[in-house]
Design a binder for this molecule. Structure first.
Ligand SMILES: [Zn+2]
Length: 406
């Protein structure tokens, strides 16, 4: 590595460590920022000589990154940005901190994918899905697909692992030379009603889809989920036992196995490592309190709310909604989500914008009770499982509350 990069790496590590010591988070953003100030090519320099996988998409990228890093661990030490700092500052910091590792798996914010591909020259890029985040609308989803498509066209050597069930992802990846398709399902269809190629309606039936106006259609997937396992490209079925709940995470596991296979890792070696992942940045964490088994699920946009309902057991459920800066100030997205799966469950609501949620649940005919605090929610639910589904800052609030007591 050039001397400038060495100095920048060392300063970056120190800054991150100081920030952690001062109790200001994990320090990865500030560490990366300072490193890049000293050496603007630092990410490129740190990436050189490593075999890298990038994971991007609107939902599931933190979990899939964690699974893929666990799977690649079969081959040797893996650098990863496991705390979700998914912009170039976070990547720089993660690689600086890891020291010399032969492999890296990096979660990448979808807006930064083109730049991070340019700077890290990855061996593999995994594309999970594209849907609206907060108040972004379908037009921006199509723009994102176009950015991905352009980025991949500029890097024909990259091996792409892409979701066959998402028309936006397929369109972004379909012209690449090396592509492996996985099927992880797509619960949310509202951002891919029309074809990104020609604008005609997309027709769906039994998990298949095709454009009614041009040849774009669902490709045959080589990696699929069946029952509680994953089928690999040879047709072998592997039982996948996970600690993380839901069909969604089985899809994330299939994606991770497909990524690892691009590095030569066989599913039979990788599968046991996936079972070791218990929670991801606090998500899915389970906490015992007063006889309640509380499980935390993060839901940050309409598609991930649908996934959370799928993961949650039929059990008392606390919903918490805030509308602070990281969440977006406008809560009209609540009307994009169908809350009817919660009918018949004991539903409690809280958070800064609980009343917005109350109106939405009323319209959706879901009975609920408003509670002022998390404590009150715990007292209001019977012993046993309490599912907590919260958006971003509401999730952080509840985590802080649980950390304080436990
Ligand atoms: Zn079309």
């Amino acid at each position: 590595m050039p001397l400038r990069a060495k100095v920048a790496t060392s300063v970056s590590r120190t800054a991150a460590a100081l920030s952690r010591a001062a109790g200001r988070g994990d320090g990865s953003v500030i560490g990366g920022w300072i490193g890049l100030k000293i050496d603007p090519d630092l990410l490129k320099n740190l990436a050189a000589g490593r075999a890298i996988a990038l994971v991007s998409g609107t939902n599931g990228k933190t979990t899939t990154t964690r699974f893929a890093a666990a799977a690649l661990g079969v081959l040797g030490p893996v650098a990863t940005n496991s705390f979700g700092a998914n912009m170039p500052t976070g990547h720089t910091s993660a690689l600086a901190k890891a020291g010399a590792t032969p492999f890296a798996v990096l979660e990448v914010d979808e807006h930064y994918l083109a730049r991070v591909i340019d700077e890290t020259t990855p061996r593999v890029v995994a594309l999970l899905n594209l849907s609206r985040d907060q108040l972004d609308r379908a037009k921006e989803v199509a723009m994102m697909a176009q950015m991905w498509r352009t980025a991949l066209a500029a890097h024909p050597d990259v091996h792409v692992v892409a979701n066959a069930d998402d028309p936006m992802v397929v369109w972004a990846a379909v012209n690449t030379a090396h592509v492996v398709w996985f099927s992880a399902g797509q619960r949310w269809h509202d951002d891919s009603f029309v074809c990104p190629e020609c604008g005609s309606p997309i027709e769906r039936a039994n998990g298949d889809w095709r454009c009614t106006g041009c040849p774009l259609r669902r490709p045959q997937a080589q990696w699929t989920v069946e029952d509680d396992g994953v089928i690999d490209p040879r047709g072998d079925w592997h039982l996948v036992k996970l600690q993380l709940p839901g069909h969604v995470n089985l899809g994330n596991a299939a994606t991770a196995l497909a990524v690892a296979a691009e590095f030569g890792v066989r599913p039979i070696e990788a599968v046991p490592r996936l079972a070791g992942v218990a929670s991801v940045a606090g998500r899915y964490a389970q906490v015992e309190r007063d006889g309640r088994n509380i499980r935390l699920l993060l839901a940050k946009n309409p598609a991930s709310w649908l996934e959370a309902f799928d993961m949650a057991e039929v059990a008392p459920t606390l919903l918490s909604i805030n509308a602070r800066d990281p969440d977006g100030f406008d809560t009209s997205w609540l009307y994009d989500v169908d809350f009817s799966p919660l009918r018949g469950r004991q539903v409690l609501i809280t958070g800064d914008r609980a009343y917005d949620l109350a109106v939405r649940l009323e319209v959706n005919d879901v009975a609920f009770r408003h509670v002022q605090t998390f404590d009150e929610a715990v007292r209001a639910s019977p012993p046993g499982r309490l599912e907590v589904i919260a958006n971003y800052t509401a999730f952080q609030d509840i985590r802080a509350e649980l950390d304080r007591v436990n």
